[in-house]
Ligand binder design. Sequence first.
Ligand code: NAD
Length: 428
Amino acid sequence: MSTQHQIPSYLTPHETGPWAVYLEQIDRVTPYLGHLSRWVETLKRPKRILVVDVPIERDDGSIAHFEGYRVQHNTSRGPGKGGVRFHQDVTLSEVMALSAWMTIKNSAVNVPYGGAKGGIRVDPKTLSHGELMRMTRRYTSEIGIIIGPDKDIPAPDVNTNEQTMAWMMDTYSMNEGRTATGVVTGKPISLGGSLGRREATGRGVFVVGCEAASKRGLDIAGAKIAVQGFGNVGGIAARLFAEAGAKIVAVQDHGGTIFHSNGLNVHKLLEHVAAHGSVAGFEGAEAVLPDQEFFAVHCDILIPAALEQQITAANADQIKAKIILEGANGPTTPEADDILRDKGVLVVPDVIANAGGVTVSYFEWVQDFSSYFWSEDEINQRLTRIMKEAFHAVWQVTEDKSVSLRTAAFIIGCSRVLQAREVRGLYP
Ligand code: NAD
């Protein structure tokens, strides 16, 4: 796939993974962009890439260096916006792709942002609390030259949370000499965070999942669901579906895969994960499955909510689900998309399915600027309305143009970005 694309010189061919997937998705949408396709190269190269060295003093007195990134893919429609990931497998290609998907997502749900993403190549489980704080602060200081409340606003992603955002907000504020709450979203409520933000991505997955199920005539009550990733996104989506009467029959995380034909007790599983860090060892499971069997589990809805490139040509054929809700970013490769389409599986793409997080991040940013905070009900109602409207707008394009939901979401997302690009014109 990657060979037909022009790979930037700063990526070696074997590093192109998720970025090559994104480029293929752009190629698939280009024929539908009309006169705007003149500008499509804009989407095939990030606007700005910052690679930083993040040195810290470890608790034992030694010095450790980590590789950090912040990529601003596009700022045509507004400041950059996107999460920060701490993971041992973070690469520049991954951060580039994640930043690009943020551009498309923010545009597809029509929040006034461009796309950005950041990350540090580190296994945070190997760091103490103090080391994690020093690494987060040094990283924030290094990328401080390009982030800011009206430039680029980070948020949580894999292995980062409210505490990470609090450290980032404090570090940026100290360097600026003022308290800048709007520099990050996903903050604790005590620092200008928004009610409903922690749950927003999972709630958005649930809202579009209900819409997709009703399009397919599937009743959520009694539906069987398999979830990969039981963190912020997967854990909350599973809880909301279970509360609506669905059976969460399989859950996989980095520690293992568990199964129960009558549905796992999600509340007990959440408590187990909070205490032990993984679903492994959960006593309420009927069986522990080999990891490779997860995608073959009999279910109606499959929710990948972990990492990219999980559903590939190697396992797409085994999938039994009628609907896939992409809680994760980039979980399905283009080859797998084709196999799933031929099998009649409805794939609700990441750029719509997991857009609830950035939507409430937008609410948080607006609340910070106005220093006026909304009730949780108000937030959830506005979130639900935006998610439903975005889903139905994409569905309409799917029907009008006979394309997949992914291509339809990309048609809407790319068109808005390129319209902004065109009307702004090129500088100078
Ligand atoms: P998280 O750190 O809270 O949880 C990640 C989960 O994935 C954990 O359960 C972990 O065990 C699991 N996991 C990690 N490696 C795995 C592997 N190899 N196999 C199976 N499971 C594995 O992260 P999160 O915030 O829930 O993010 C999950 C996905 O959702 C990511 O793709 C992220 O980009 C995307 N996303 C997150 C948000 C958000 O608001 N947090 C918003 C939009 C999209």
